[in-house]
Design a protein around this ligand. Structure first.
Ligand SMILES: [Zn+2]
Ligand SMILES: [Zn+2]
Length: 165
């Protein structure tokens, strides 16, 4: 089932009237670090204007992401707000209402979610990432640290400046 097509001819007869609809659109998207292969869900309000309808709402879809900090696979979500106008085909700023008085949100949902794909997704807020020196996943175990190792550029200075008394 595809819940993205709605009859709006009745709304068009009553500017100012609105109707709330449930949105379900299968989405397939992928980028370097985000993969979406699921059904986007949302709630939208379709409001009649003069010769057009305006659709407002929120839509979200489950995703698999590769965390930009720790490089692990994780579950994520891609979400976006929708504000779309459907009207006369000659109006370049709006999407078309079909001859039988319907609108189809599938294309708009797909385009808006594609633009909302995060460029640097995180597995969780505040992911600690990997130690840049030893590669330890700092979410799993703390790294002992390398500041005191002899590789540190500050190690040589420690002998020069005795601790203040
Ligand atoms: Zn992470
Ligand atoms: Zn380390």
């Amino acid at each position: 089932m595809d819940f993205s097509r709605y009859l709006v001819s009745d709304l068009l007869a009553h500017p100012g009237a609105h109707r709330d609809e449930r949105l379900e659109v299968p989405i397939s998207l992928s980028s370097e670090s985000v993969k979406v292969e699921d059904v986007a869900l949302g709630d939208v309000r379709i409001e009649a204007a003069i010769g057009a309808v305006v659709v407002r709402g929120e839509v979200e879809v489950a995703a698999r992401i590769v965390c930009a900090r720790c490089l692990r696979d994780a579950d994520g979500v891609v979400s976006t707000a929708l504000v779309e106008t459907y009207g006369d085909e000659e109006d370049e700023d709006s999407r078309p209402i079909s001859a039988d008085g319907r609108i189809d949100l599938a294309m708009a949902v797909h385009e808006e979610l594609a633009m909302a794909m995060p460029h640097a997704p995180l597995c969780k807020e505040g992911c600690l990432g990997l130690c840049t020196e030893c590669g330890t996943d700092l979410n799993v175990s703390p790294c002992d640290g390398h500041a005191e190792s002899s590789d540190s550029p500050f190690a040589a200075l420690e002998g020069l400046f005795p601790p203040e008394q």
